[in-house]
Write a protein that binds this ligand. Structure first.
Ligand SMILES: [Zn+2]
Length: 546
């Protein structure tokens, strides 16, 4: 099953060294190589690889150099490995936000970064928005799930207050899709609303804390520089996260108990209603235009027919950058996601020395993932090869190599035949598939596979499962320490207790998934009666569930 065996044989025959132990080792992913790539990309010299910075550009040049060394080719009509993504950095002017709520009792001012969290406008430099406020439940319109928070609610020209996330009753992957803030902005705009005010329920707070939003949202942000597109589709002028105190007083002013609404939302959809209040936002923004490249390399397929089908493996090259830490100010992003890029590079190296798979494989180091999947979104909107030639999109995001995992959480696996390929790959490294332990977090919409999924392409987003160490015991302390103290922090660096033998095993699994997809007799197909396929690929050919 494992294509690595086939490749190993080919490699050995080419060099005339069949049976050599050295050869068998050469045919494997190298933990040392993953370590070396991770160390370079997460070095302080690259200053966090934030999209639009010199550090990011150096990281991009590094990946492009590796692609060249492996003999990869530019994609489609591209003449080099770069797809330049035009971006706009938006910042608030000092004291550039004034926000107030007016009720019959008077006007209350709320401070950005303390009571509310809002970033600069992507569209205009100076604006004053005034609107009545309407509560609209989850702010979700999902006809396939018979859920419409906007039914019977007039929100034209209004500011809608909505709960972040989506009902627990939604199937996991669709819950992720409908939780995605850009999806909610689209639904609100289509309903005629002009601003979005979001609430964090206690459940949501667990994995998307207010404190993080409070610190991060007022910081400079990035988006596409594409005013024509913005002009052509309905957009929300402003999205504002409400702090817990502010939200409480807003609802109390309407005689409503917000805790009751949070509680109800776990069982039945909370009904929308008009709040006896209006909001006013005055905002002054600064725009700076720049560009940051996606790095794309293709290993052409060997089969004359199947080489026109592409397997995409995507991994984000930028790192999260937040407020300047003290004393460590650089967000190195070693685990998230220098390590993911490193694993992808090892897959590229191994596949290329084996001469490639039957299908073409497109290696995609994405720009500005941490800014809202901007690079992957741009690729799907401006694909260098026709989208219908892409048969699968596989993400590698994070290098959770803290203990010798026995399980793999392969998001997306239960929706298409990619799951069977992933299961075979997992078995090849003595691992099994395990269910998503935190479906409420909506991880399927939180990495670079998501724009491909929205385009109807079968996707896979695998990660090692926490706990269940193969070595016995329950060695999860380092894992938990990473999640709680180092994720998206300056301390995500090479000082973490990463195990490169585990990284090697993870890379070997990724290799087996990509090679398995590239060489499978049939392209990946969605399963019959699958709820994701029903939304994103209603006309696609289906396969029977195993
Ligand atoms: Zn990441």
């Amino acid at each position: 099953m494992l294509e690595g065996l086939g490749f190993r044989a080919v490699f050995a025959i080419v060099l005339g060294m069949v049976g050599s132990t050295a050869m068998a080792e050469a045919a494997m992913v190298s933990g040392e190589a993953i370590k070396a790539h991770t160390a370079f990309l997460s070095d302080d010299l690259l200053e966090g690889r934030e999209a639009g910075t010199r550090g990011y550009d150096i990281a991009a040049a590094y990946v492009a150099t590796q692609f060249a060394l492996y003999g990869l080719k530019p994609a489609g009509a591209n003449t080099d490995f770069y797809q330049r993504v035009p971006l706009r950095r938006r910042s608030l002017q000092p004291d550039g936000v004034r926000f107030e709520i007016r009720t019959k009792d008077g006007t209350t001012h709320y401070q950005n970064g303390r009571d509310i969290a809002v970033d600069a406008s992507p569209y205009t430099l100076a604006e004053d928005i005034e609107a009545e406020v309407v509560f609209a439940g989850w702010g979700i319109r999902a006809p396939g799930l018979r859920h419409d928070d906007y039914a019977g609610l007039n929100v034209k020209g209004k500011a809608v207050v909505i709960l972040e996330g989506a009902p627990a009753s939604f199937p996991g992957a669709l819950r992720a899709h409908y939780s995605w803030i850009q999806q909610k902005e689209r639904m609100a705009a289509q309903s005629g609303a002009i601003a979005l005010l979001t609430l964090k329920s206690p459940e949501r707070e667990q994995f998307s804390p207010w404190e993080r939003a409070r610190q991060a949202r007022p910081l400079p942000a990035l988006g596409w520089r594409d005013p024509a597109q913005a002009a052509n589709r309905p957009t929300i002028k402003a999205t504002i996260t409400l702090g817990p105190q502010m939200a409480r007083s807003l609802f109390a002013g309407a005689g409503r108990d917000i805790d009751e609404i949070y509680q109800q939302s776990t069982s039945s959809p909370p009904r929308g209603f008009k709040l006896p209040a209006s909001m006013r936002l005055s905002r002054r923004s600064v725009h700076e235009d720049l560009s940051s490249p996606n790095v794309i390399g293709v290993l052409p397929g060997t089969d004359p027919k199947l080489k026109n089908e592409y397997v995409v493996i995507a991994s984000h090259l930028d790192a999260w950058v937040g407020p300047k830490g003290n004393p460590d100010t650089i967000y190195n992003g070693a685990v998230d996601n220098a390590g993911g890029i490193a694993a992808m590079l090892e897959v590229a190296r191994l596949l290329s020395i084996g001469g490639g798979g039957k299908r073409s494989v497109l290696f995609f180091a994405t720009a500005a993932e941490e800014k809202g999947l901007l690079g992957a979104d741009y690729f799907v909107a401006h694909p260098p090869i026709p989208l219908n030639e892409i048969v699968a999109a596989i993400s590698v995001d994070g290098l959770m190599a803290f203990h010798d995992f026995a399980g793999i959480v392969a998001l997306g696996a239960e929706h298409s035949t990619l799951g069977e390929i992933s299961l075979a790959a997992a078995r090849s490294i003595d691992a099994i598939h395990m269910p998503d332990p935190i479906p409420a977090r909506g991880n399927l919409a939180l990495s670079d596979q998501y724009p491909f999924l929205r385009a109807g392409i079968p996707v896979l987003f695998p990660n090692p499962a926490r706990g269940n160490s193969r070595e016995g015991g329950d060695d999860v302390a380092a894992w938990d320490d990473y999640e709680s103290r180092h994720y998206h922090q300056p301390s995500d660096d090479m000082k973490l207790p990463l195990r490169w033998d585990v990284a090697q095993r993870w890379g070997q699994y990724m290799y087996a998934v990509v090679a398995g997809t590239a060489n499978a007799p049939d392209r990946p197909r969605w399963y019959e009666a699958d709820e994701l396929a029903a939304v994103f690929a209603p006309a696609a050919e289906r396969a029977k569930r195993p």
